[in-house]
Write a protein that binds this ligand. Sequence first.
Ligand SMILES: [Zn+2]
Ligand SMILES: [Zn+2]
Length: 131
Amino acid sequence: MKNTATPSQRSTKQKTAIITYLRSVKTHPTAEMVYLALKKKMPQLSLGTVYRNLDAYAQEGKSLLFEVKGQQRFDGDVSPHSHFACDACGGVQDLWFALPLPKVKKHLSHGASVRSIDVLIKGQCDTCNVR
Ligand SMILES: [Zn+2]
Ligand SMILES: [Zn+2]
């Protein structure tokens, strides 16, 4: 049977696969990690397509985006949480504690309001520390 998918059907399928993958992992992947995980199943996928979709998704507020060791990392879990990133291996861990909002507000100028708090703590993970 001939492949009759139109380019736009193909790109919708790719977008769905990219987002589904991002939401299924806890690794806070780079665009390249997502690309490498999906390209076996989707040989037509390009790194540029993965990056564009991940970036657009983050701009829409549907995923988190932060930088570790100069690389952009994406997180499909937008519930409020913070991160610990290892400077050595680039591993990222979720931290599920809340910063006390009254304390944060004390440091802000009067009348300012807080929309979200995401803290990125940097250091070395347990594995890298024993090396
Ligand atoms: Zn590490
Ligand atoms: Zn996270």
